[in-house]
Design a protein around this ligand. Structure first.
Ligand SMILES: [Zn+2]
Length: 445
């Protein structure tokens, strides 16, 4: 028996919009019924026809005028930095010392980690994000706090303990040995438990000794299916520092490559200042770049060259990230808005289809999760969001002038934020309902 059905217009990709089909790759299928059983999508079809075949009594959530999208995927975000969003005035390295490390040090208190993890998960869901690649702190209990809350909501999350054995305050450092041991214990505890996935998380090359990076590479190799996440080529001063710290390596990316940290399921945040050899290495190894435009603009790091990364002769996998707390919004709609502007400043145009792809279907593909999430199609896990093109008086007014749904989605990417997310379904359960009286959040029964 079907547990539930959702009715509305479904946004779906027929192919990769960076490929030959271009913006035609995105289609809107009007008045569809998405039937969900045991957390999985079992069928999608014309509402009238499918309704007739539904077992009587199946609850149907109908969203006229809304767009059903796969839940957003955020490929790079730091949950401990939620309390320092908008910490202004510095570039990357000074910003880390002035704001980030003191905020992360407060996670020595497990109760603080529990509280922030709870708030963070709710903000993700409010923004329509159902999967994220999340940095915790150096403290293993920060990872336990995050995964425990993710498990309560049933979300598919990727997260890991930050590894840092140098160039950070003493209370935030581990060692190559202790970091490996703690990460291995967390992998045993969480990787593949329900929907949780582990990411080995060396913060960035300057905060990790060569010994620690190599240990991380060995740990990754020993645990197939886990992820690696770290930072790459974000800021020019950072890149110069890496060159000083690793004089024998040919580039920042070569530091990771040499340590065995490139390959499928390796996610590199930023990649703003990349050489042709760097892009070629990412293409060759199947590594993923997380484009974080709101962060790159806030810290003045630079402009990511998306269309250079996606060059047809050696395309690199790219997904969108918010990079909170340097990023300025939980909303992937706002992240698409800034990605559009960053592309424009680089003399290129990011289409609506391409922008949505980078935060949904394309991100799932990049993260090797496309058999599970990233599309509203039979067999996928039912992580679905309901986008409301009339969420605010201004959106309602503006959307009335749209010629088609692609334009309405483009307007949502410009004017929309968490207010435009009417509901968030995780594995078929509406864990967030914007208009629900009282608490809009609910754990699945
Ligand atoms: Zn980051």
């Amino acid at each position: 028996m079907a547990a539930r059905a959702i009715r509305g217009t479904v946004a779906r990709f027929q192919s990769d919009p960076f490929g030959a089909a271009g913006r035609e790759a995105l289609v809107f299928e009007e008045d569809r019924l998405v039937v969900i059983e045991d957390g999985l999508i079992v069928s999608v079809g014309p509402a009238e026809a499918v309704l007739a075949s539904l077992p009587p009594g199946t609850p149907v959530d109908h969203y006229p005028g809304a767009i059903l999208s796969p839940g957003f995927i955020d490929a790079h975000v730091h949950y401990p930095q939620m309390e320092m969003i908008g910490a202004a005035g510095e570039e990357l390295l000074a910003w880390l010392n002035a704001f980030t490390f003191p905020a992360e040090a407060r996670f020595s208190d497990p109760a603080h980690a529990d509280e922030v993890a709870g708030r963070f998960l709710r903000e993700l869901l409010r923004a329509g994000t159902t999967t994220a690649a999340v940095y915790c702190t150096v403290h293993p209990h920060s990872v336990d706090a995050f995964f425990a809350e993710s498990e309560r909501f049933g979300t598919r999350m990727i997260a890991g303990k930050v590894l840092m054995d140098r160039n950070a305050p003493l209370d935030l450092t581990d060692t190559a040995a202790s970091g490996t041991e703690e990460s291995a214990a967390l992998i045993a505890r969480w990787h593949g438990k329900g929907r949780q996935l582990y990411a080995i998380t060396p913060r960035f090359a300057p905060s990790c000794s060569e010994e620690q990076l190599e240990a991380a590479g060995r740990l990754w190799k020993a645990h197939p299916g886990t992820y690696v996440q770290t930072h790459l080529c974000e800021n020019k001063a950072e890149i110069a520092w890496v060159a000083e710290l690793f004089p024998e390596r040919t580039s920042y990316l070569d530091v990771y490559d040499h340590a065995g940290l490139t390959g499928p399921r390796a996610i590199f945040g930023h990649a703003v200042h990349m050489s042709e050899a760097d892009f070629a290495c990412c293409h060759r190894t199947g590594s993923v770049l997380a484009h974080c435009p709101t962060s790159n603009l806030f810290l003045g790091s630079g402009l990511f060259r998306l269309f250079e990364a996606k060059r047809a002769d050696r395309p690199v996998q790219v997904a969108l990230g918010t990079d909170l707390g340097a990023g300025t919004s939980f909303s992937q709609l706002q992240t698409m808005n800034e990605a559009y502007k960053v592309a424009k400043l680089g003399g290129t145009t990011l289409s609506t289809a391409e922008a949505l792809w980078l935060a949904t279907t394309g991100a799932a593909e990049a993260l090797h999760l496309s058999d599970r999430i990233g599309a509203i199609e039979p067999g996928r896990e039912a992580d679905i969001i309901v986008l409301d093109p009339a969420a605010t008086p201004l959106l309602q007014f503006r959307t009335a002038y749209c010629r088609d749904l692609t334009e309405a989605l483009s307007v949502l990417m410009t004017l929309g934020d968490d207010r435009a997310v009417r509901a968030t379904y995780v594995a078929g359960t509406p864990v967030y309902d914007r208009d629900r009286a009282g608490d809009p959040f609910a754990y699945p029964a």
